[in-house]
Design a protein around this ligand. Sequence first.
Ligand SMILES: C[S@@+](CC[C@H](N)C(=O)[O-])C[C@H]1O[C@@H](n2cnc3c(N)ncnc32)[C@H](O)[C@@H]1O
Length: 215
Amino acid sequence: MNVELIKNGQVYTLRRTTPPQIEWVLDFTLPAYQQRLQQRGRKNDPLAKAVGLSKQKELRILDMTAGLGKDAYWLAHCGASVQMLERHPLLAECLEHAVQLLAQDSEGVDVAKRMQVQQADALDFLQAVAPGQFDVAYYDPMFPERKKSALVKKDMQIMQALHDEDILSENVIATVLKKIPKLVVKRPISADFLEGIAPQHQIKGDKIRYDVYIK
Ligand SMILES: C[S@@+](CC[C@H](N)C(=O)[O-])C[C@H]1O[C@@H](n2cnc3c(N)ncnc32)[C@H](O)[C@@H]1O
C-alpha cells in the first residue's frame, strides 16, 4: 500500500508515499466536502434523485462502499440516515474520526447523528441485514479505468494509491436485492452494466450515471 495515515491532533491526513506527494484530509467540514452542498439542492442532484431523496427525505441508506465519504456525507446532509461500510481499515478509521469531528461542529452535529461507520465487507455485512432494515443500498466500487493523467482528481489519486488492486465483489445485485428493495450503482457514463444486468432505470450526469435496480 502506498498511503500512510498521519495523525496530528484532530487532523487525520492520508498521504501518498510515492511521488508526487498527495494528501487528503478526511474532514467533512472542509471545502472538499462542503462545496457540493452549495452547488446543488437535493431535488436537482443526480445521486439524490437516484436514491429517492428528491421526493422523500428520511431514507435509510446502506452505503456499501463509503471510500472517502463524499457521497455518504452528501446523502446524510440531504436528510438520509446512512450506514457506511468500508473494508479498507485506514479509510474506515478516517471515516469514523471524521464523523466524530462533525459531531463536535455545531452546524454538523445533526448530520453526524445520521452517519454510522463500520469496517466491513459489504457482502458479509448483508448476510446479517434484516429485510426492511434499509430502504436503499448504494454501491460505488472503484471504476475500472485507471487513468494516470493529471486530470485525475486528488481524491481519485489517493484512492488508487490505497487500492493496489481492485477486488470486485461478485453477484452484488442479487445479494443486495434479497435484503434491500432498491440498489443504486454508480458507473462511468459509458461503462457496461454491472454484472451485465440492465437496471430498471438510469439517472445520467455528465461523466457518470446511476443505474437503479428495483426488487
Ligand atoms: C470508489 S470508492 C467509493 C467512493 C465513495 N462513494 C465516496 O464518495 O468517497 C470505493 C470504495 O469501496 C470500498 N469497497 C469496495 N468493495 C467493497 C466491499 N465489498 N465492501 C466494503 N467496501 C468496499 C473500497 O475499499 C473503496 O474505498
